[in-house]
Structure formats: structure tokens, C-alpha cells
Design a protein around this ligand. Structure first.
Ligand SMILES: Nc1ncnc2c1ncn2[C@@H]1O[C@H](COP(=O)(O)OP(=O)(O)OP(=O)(O)O)[C@@H](O)[C@H]1O
Length: 499
């Protein structure tokens, strides 16, 4: 571990109203995977954006291979061997894999003509090194997220990056794709590359990282070897206190059927039937692509059904759009919050209240601005949303905090039925607990909740009952008393008969 290749010392960065980084230190070693962790808004992405030349720092020093460096542009960082793979991958969709890998650095023949043959052959060689058999003439838009990520890693190899930064790389990957990514990370480590691994998934940190650096509120808290630390100790470093019970289950009496779905089908789902009781949390598990999100969107009216019916309180409901669903008391919080949930150029306040403005209308038909602000601030406190003010543009919030705003927005319309799709993806451990507490609070007021999640401990931790989906069908229903990780996984891979 002595082989230090990068030191960031005393890094400070201010944005209007926020000190994102305050005198932060960060070290990286050769052939080492360093986890960079901390709560939402702790400053992880900002620190890495400074390292990769996206943002200038206000103060501090960056020492790379024992020399002080300063990167004014991403290109300068790239030339120094630093590659960053952002959460929102940065490839050009309508260019081929090869063109993306060599963008701006195309190999040329005599007289400066692009050597296309070389470009495509070398691109495939880099991909082969990663165990990927892809035709490098294929357009990036036709690749899965996991494949695009591999193209980004191939690009990093092609610039001979010594440092590769991965920001929440497994967020949109299936278990199998994650396994493949870990294989690639292990190979990169063995070949002497240094990797920064930003993640909220502590299990993964233990699986793939050698050391951890923890930030909290823009400050450096500590650096430890993974083998010397426990999960609880990491959490304590992250949140600055011990967390009590991670899954605060409340057992309340369940009521009558609120929602009944009968033989619902379309091109994504087949013959789905289930019911949801008043005050129930129904967990929906299954592998990515099993039709969970499509089921939610069909109930919510944003995907059309070809047959089947939905009943709310025993009455047949005709839901053809999001508007119909909200009027019938159903709200859906999308897993793709940036794409579907939020308007990035609007402030936090408007994003939160946009679909529940009628709750703030006074007797004169005007919006009661004071009430709107008060309630938005209550939610900011309840969900510990880190923002300098309710007027901050949502695009300037950290990813996890954007997510919390999106959840707050849905909760504000006080639905009878709340469908949460991956509610804690990208959310830190402390905030996860706050979201579970909130879900429980709504449950205790009689709200019925459908929670789609890839996180099986979360499904087991707070659901009253679990449905598992496989290839567009419900492959199993398990009471919480009988549910286990193994049972859920069996149903998820399509084994219907349990021995
Ligand atoms: N361009 C910006 N303008 C204003 N504030 C910003 C900007 N980028 C980040 N911030 C603020 O800086 C702080 C640190 O954000 P950063 O994105 O680095 O956190 P993070 O640790 O990566 O969080 P997450 O886990 O949620 O992604 C946050 O308070 C965020 O709102």
C-alpha cells in the first residue's frame, strides 16, 4: 500500500451557499481499489470532478506521481491518465463504439486521413481485454447500459489511464452484469491500475475494494483498510452517529382490499393478478427486466393494458393516464427520477409541490405561498434533504438529494396508493432509514404501498408480503414470515415449484 500515486491535500470547493468540500485529503495507491463513500451531498462527486478537471478547486494541492498538477479541463486530466466514468454515461449515442473510444484521438494514416480500420480493430482489442465480444462498428445507442460501461472502460484503457474513477457503477446493472464488472475491476487492479469506486452499497465495498475514504458534510473523516473495519463502523463514520435498527418494522393491522389487479396483460406483463390491502406494504422483487416497472406503469396508466381490470375499493377503475391515476389516489415514484420525476431547471420548491398545488389553494383560489413553503420545508427536514434553500435549482443538488425531492413530491399529494420504484437507489444509509420511517408513517395512517426493489434485504425488512416477478409474470407470492433471500431468488430466476 506504500505505492502512493495520487495525493489530494486540503481541497476546498465552494458553490453559492454551499461549502461542498472543506480541506479534504484523499490518497490513491497503485493497484488498489479505493472506495469513496459518504452520505448524499457529502462531496464525493465534487472531489472526483475536481480530480478529473471538470471543476476548478478553490484551494488545495493535487500531487500526481510526486508532481504537483492542476487540471483546467477534463482533457488535461485525461492526458495525465485520469479517466472518469460518470453515473450518467457520457458516450455519443449516434456514433459507433470505435468512434466513441477514440473520439478526438482518431488514429490517422498519411495526410491526416482517419485510419478507420485501425480504429475499429484496436477498439475490439480493448473490448476483448475486458472479455467483451462486440462489433466496434455498432452504434452506442444500441448497447445496454452494462455494455456502454464497458465501452467507457475500454476508452479508459485506450488512453492508458492509470486512475479510473467509477461513480456508482452498478446502479443500473443486473447481478450478472455486476459480477462481470467486478471481474474486470479485479483484472484492472492486477494490471496495476488504481480505481476510485463511489458507491452507497456497502456490501459491494466489502466485495471489491481494498480501502475506504469517508467524507461527511464536505469534510474528510478517515481512510481505512477494508479488512480492518466493519460495516457498522463505516456507517458511524458516514453519519457521525450509531444508527439504530436499519429496518424499523411496524406491525399494524391490515385493512380491506384497496386495489385489486385482475389478469392484467400487455406486451410486457402477462396475466397479473394480485390485491393490496389498506395499510399494507407489498414488496415486488425480481431481476431487472422481469417486468416490475412495466407492471407499475400499467397500473399507473402510462403503459396501456391489452386486457385485464383494475378495481379500487371494489369499483372498476378506468386509468388511461397519469392524471387518471392521481385522481383515483394512485401515485408512482419512478426509478428514473431525473428522466421522469423532476424538472432539472426548476427550484426544489416547485419540483416538490408541482403536482399537489391544489392542496395549497386558499379560499380566494390563490396559492397560499406561505403554506406551500412551510410544507416543503417540513419535507426537507423529514427527509434530511441537503440544499442551501428551497430556491436552489434541482440540478445543483447531489444525486441522492434529487431523489429525496422526487419522493417528497409524490408523498405531498397524499395518495391512497403509493407505488415506489427503487425508492432508495442511490440514497445513503442514513437517508434510507429516514425513507423507511416515512413509509412506515404513511402505512400507519392507512396508506397502501407497493414497493419495487432490487434490494432483497430492504424487501424483507419492511414489506408485509412479497410478490416475485419473472419474465413478465408473477412467479411467486410469499408471506413475510416465510420469505427469505433464497426463496425470493429462486422465484426470481423462474423456479416456481419450491421443494
Ligand atoms: N454545480 C453545483 N452548484 C451548486 N451546488 C452544487 C453543485 N454541485 C454540487 N453541489 C452541492 O455540493 C454538495 C456536494 O455534492 P456532491 O454531488 O459532491 O455530493 P455526493 O457526495 O456526490 O452526493 P450523492 O451521493 O448524493 O451523489 C451538495 O450540497 C450539492 O448540492
Amino acid at each position: 500500500m506504500d505505492d502512493i500515486i495520487l495525493e489530494m491535500n486540503g481541497i476546498t470547493k465552494k458553490f453559492p451557499g454551499v461549502k461542498a468540500l472543506d480541506n479534504v485529503n484523499f490518497h490513491l495507491y497503485k493497484g488498489n481499489v479505493m472506495a469513496l463513500i459518504g452520505e448524499n451531498g457529502a462531496g464525493k462527486s465534487t472531489l472526483m470532478k475536481i480530480l478529473s478537471g471538470v471543476y476548478p478547486k478553490d484551494k488545495g494541492k493535487i500531487i500526481l506521481h510526486e508532481k504537483e498538477v492542476n487540471f483546467d479541463t477534463p482533457k488535461e486530466a485525461q492526458d495525465a491518465g485520469i479517466a472518469i466514468i460518470h453515473q450518467e454515461l457520457n458516450l455519443v449515442p449516434y456514433l459507433s463504439i470505435g468512434e466513441n473510444i477514440f473520439l478526438g484521438r482518431e488514429p490517422s494514416k498519411k495526410f491526416g486521413k482517419v485510419d478507420w480500420n485501425k480504429l475499429y480493430i484496436e477498439s475490439e482489442e480493448y473490448l476483448n481485454k475486458l472479455g467483451m465480444k462486440l462489433n466496434s462498428r455498432k452504434l452506442v445507442k444500441d448497447l445496454s447500459i452494462a455494455e456502454q460501461q464497458m465501452v467507457e472502460i475500454a476508452k479508459a484503457l485506450s488512453i492508458d489511464a492509470k486512475i479510473i474513477i467509477m461513480d456508482e457503477p452498478t446502479d443500473s446493472l443486473t447481478d450478472k452484469e455486476t459480477e462481470n464488472l467486478f471481474r474486470v475491476i479485479n483484472e484492472l487492479r492486477e494490471s496495476g491500475k488504481s480505481i476510485v469506486y463511489i458507491s452507497h452499497r456497502l456490501q459491494e465495498v466489502f466485495q471489491i475494494c481494498d480501502s475506504i475514504t469517508v467524507l461527511r458534510d464536505g469534510q474528510f473523516i478517515g481512510e481505512e483498510l477494508v479488512e480492518d473495519i466493519t460495516e457498522d463502523e463505516i456507517i458511524e463514520m458516514m453519519v457521525g452517529r450509531k444508527l439504530d435498527e436499519q429496518f424499523p418494522r411496524i406491525d399494524s393491522k391490515l385493512g380491506d382490499t384497496v386495489l385489486e389487479v385482475k389478469n392484467l396483460s400487455n406486451e410486457y406483463i402477462s396475466n397479473i393478478s394480485f390485491n393490496l390491502l389498506k395499510g399494507e406494504i407489498l414488496g415486488i422483487s425480481g431481476l431487472m427486466g422481469s417486468g416490475r416497472t412495466e407492471l407499475a406503469k400499467t397500473i399507473y396508466g402510462t403503459i396501456e393494458s391489452s386486457s385485464g381490470d383494475i378495481y379500487i375499493y371494489g369499483k372498476k377503475a378506468d386509468i388511461k393516464s397519469e392524471k387518471d391515476a392521481i385522481e383515483q389516489g394512485i401515485t408512482y415514484v419512478s426509478e428514473d427520477r431525473k428522466g421522469e420525476g423532476l424538472v432539472l431547471n426548476l427550484p426544489v420548491l416547485e419540483n416538490m409541490t408541482i403536482s399537489s398545488l391544489k392542496c395549497f389553494v386558499n379560499n380566494f383560489g390563490h396559492i397560499n405561498k406561505e403554506l406551500e413553503k412551510k410544507i416543503a420545508e417540513e419535507y426537507i427536514n423529514k427527509l434530511s434533504i441537503k440544499t442551501p434553500s428551497i430556491n436552489q435549482l434541482i440540478k445543483n443538488l447531489s444525486g441522492g438529494n434529487q431523489q429525496k425531492v422526487s419522493i417528497a413530491k409524490s408523498l405531498m399529494s397524499e395518495p391512497k396508493i403509493l407505488i415506489l420504484d427503487e425508492p432508495t437507489r442511490g440514497v445513503d444509509v442514513g437517508a434510507k432509514k429516514e425513507i423507511y420511517d416515512l413509509i412506515n408513517e404513511f402505512k400507519s395512517h392507512g396508506m397502501s404501498i407497493i414497493m419495487i426493489s432490487s434490494d432483497i434485504p430492504e424487501i424483507l425488512g419492511i414489506s408485509d408480503r412479497v410478490l416475485v416477478m419473472h419474465e413478465g409474470e408473477i412467479s411467486g407470492e410469499i408471506s413475510i414470515e416465510e420469505a427469505s433471500q433464497e426463496k425470493i431468488m429462486k422465484y426470481a430466476v423462474g423456479i416456481k415449484e419450491m421443494e
